[in-house]
Design a protein around this ligand. Sequence first.
Ligand code: AMP
Ligand code: MG
Length: 329
Amino acid sequence: MMLLLIPLLTACESSAPETLSVTAMDTAMFLSVYGGGADTCARIRERTQELDRCLSALDENSEIYQLNHSGIAALSDDALALIQRSLTLCRELDGSFDITVYPAVSAWGFTTGEHRVPTQEELQEIARHVDYHAVAVDGNTVTLPDSFMLDLGAVAKGYLADESRKILNDAGARAAVLNLGGTICLYGSKPDGSSFKVGVADPVNPAAYFGTLSLGECVVATSGGYERYFELDGRRYIHILDPMTAAPVDNGVLSVTIVADEGMVADAYSTALFVMGAHDAAAYYRSHGGFEYILLTDDGTLYVSEGLDDRFTLGDGYDYTMQIIAKGS
Ligand code: AMP
Ligand code: MG
């Protein structure tokens, strides 16, 4: 699977990092840690695998599978923390991000790879079973109404980034670049004081990047239709769905990259701003805050929020029209 974001410069030149590759959460991950002791990468890998086992909607032994298939489950601290934070983000994002989207994701075949186009009637019926308000949390017990199911795929890597940061703190690491497959955790600072460089994948050719970001400690998450989709009769159906219609988003957005302090915010917002589209995403940025973003549309317009204006450099050969989104405009 293609990586969405490519950390370009992972070296803290003065010493070699500890590195490790992990395949989890349906993607390839690359960890580089500087100055944190010999087993820091291994501890992050263990945490990754633990979260994967707990959160996968497809693994029959996972807590989320059991919740989805019995409608009620007593959950571990991890699953509970993730669901509770997600529900807050669903409210904050007014349902453009919705963790109950699983029945829709499944109806289009994105869970199994057996893709199909549901009928309008079917979609209307499914959309009635996509609504995060229906998730009830009482202590550590979570209850879902009939036909409701959770999909934490849009935030699991963001949560992993936040959990990995705790491990890096505990280990006393100096710096780290954790490429968690589309979500990148940048930690600490390089000894020479220079910023981390992150490439933003070109949606038309995801092995290349259309520009670079110079960043300090933060989490960077990208959502792109190119990451998972199928084509039928000349139409492309992508894996990011509008919870209102239960159908793939088709609003001209090609990718959204979010820069935020918290991994879950970066990850949830990248999915949500994709659903909102260019216009509503800009309005959301102006009225909220706490994050920065880059959004590319299929007419070649690149929207860059003002906090990234002097941190983003467009790559050679790309002639996108840049629009800076100012907070006060
Ligand atoms: P991401 O790549 O972080 O944008 O996450 C996309 C994944 O989250 C999809 O593959 C679905 O499993 C799920 N998903 C799709 N649409 C939504 C949505 N509107 N809200 C929450 N999760 C979604
Ligand atoms: Mg996301």
